[in-house]
Design a protein around this ligand. Sequence first.
Ligand SMILES: Cc1cc2nc3c(=O)[nH]c(=O)nc-3n(C[C@H](O)[C@H](O)[C@H](O)COP(=O)(O)O)c2cc1C
Length: 189
Amino acid sequence: MRKKEGKWKTLDGVLDEIWKMLKRGATHYHDPFHWPVLGTTGKEGPSMRCVILREFIEPDRVLVCHTDARAAKVQEIASFEKVSWLFYHPKRKVQLRISGRAALHAEDHFADRQWAGTGISSRLNYCSIEPPGTPVDSPSSGLPDFLLHKAATLLETEKGHQNFMAIACRIDSMDWLVLQVLGNRRIPL
Ligand SMILES: Cc1cc2nc3c(=O)[nH]c(=O)nc-3n(C[C@H](O)[C@H](O)[C@H](O)COP(=O)(O)O)c2cc1C
């Protein structure tokens, strides 16, 4: 722990640590930074939801998550590109808040590259017949019959491609906070 605190004494040290945590979060399923909260602004005001951090492109400082093109957040981002992210690492007691501008990618080179990297279980998220959030008479996954009751193949989940969207958010600013017994430390970056 003391070694880590040493890194946190300089701005460069903190920045370096943040990039490492984001990179780890994007690639490690069990890392708390894999599961951030994404905030958007809608007609009714702020709106937040859990997402999965799919990639962190360090040279461009871009955070990437995936979504269904029919989801409410897509319209919200199309109307107002400014978004916020909340990351929390309970073991390290690190909170990272990020503000940035989000771009929506569908059926372009960026989206196709992201789609190519997704597995079958993720692709199923985009295969529902009705848009996400559509009210139904009884609880249902919304998946078509041919994808139920059997393991889907990669080819079968290709149907989800048309509903797939990648959200790429360029980081504008960050607020890093670590809770410590001997005093909390916070840096706006
Ligand atoms: C652990 C967890 C991870 C999630 N990851 C994603 C994700 O990566 N992308 C996504 O669109 N929705 C994800 N969701 C669902 C969203 O939280 C949300 O319910 C859904 O996207 C609809 O949000 P919207 O109506 O604001 O668009 C996740 C939910 C949970 C609980």
